[in-house]
Design a binder for this molecule. Structure first.
Ligand SMILES: [Zn+2]
Length: 165
């Protein structure tokens, strides 16, 4: 069985959408992506991620461990939930956050830096007008945060991105 991959928000923002597939994330990260990289939110929605809510038990354990290691004060609520999800799934964490990495070391959980994989993946995408349904499709690298999808050439409505089937 493949070890579940738990992804922090920097992975959600910088990885190719294909590389995100099957990853475990907490629901709070959705808001974080919208806040930090609003243009990336659509790609993240198109990825097949496992949006999860950590159990109260694993959250409590995460809080205990983080307070023992002295990392609790510096952890955001989202990071704490990500760590709880990691404990819960027994997975492998991808994060550049040194506090989360420290918690992994302290508990013997496996982790990697975000930059170590997935950055240059290729995926098939489709951009569709939300009003008239006009489609633009292509094959290329993931759009980086900051690149808007623009407006429909036919009717001027908002364009939405999705994976091509
Ligand atoms: Zn249109």
């Amino acid at each position: 069985m493949i070890e579940p991959r738990v992804l922090d928000t920097s992975a959600l923002i910088s990885w190719a959408v294909d590389s995100l597939e099957g990853g475990y994330v907490v629901r709070k990260q959705r808001e974080e992506v919208r806040r930090v990289a609003p243009d990336r939110a659509m790609s993240v929605e198109a990825a097949r991620l496992n949006w999860t809510e950590p159990t109260l038990d694993s959250l409590e354990r995460a809080r205990e461990i983080a307070s023992e290691t002295g990392d609790l004060d510096g952890l955001s609520e989202t990071d704490l939930e990500i760590f709880a999800l990691l404990i819960q799934t027994g997975g492998h964490l991808f994060s550049d956050d040194y506090r989360l990495q420290n918690l992994c070391v302290a508990t013997g959980m496996s982790w990697s830096a975000v930059d170590s994989e997935g950055i240059s993946g290729i995926w098939n995408w489709q951009i569709r007008c939300s009003a008239c349904g006009d489609v633009v499709s292509g094959h290329g690298r993931t759009r980086r945060a900051g690149e808007g999808l623009g407006e429909c050439e036919k009717c001027g409505s908002e364009m939405k991105i999705s994976r091509k089937r």
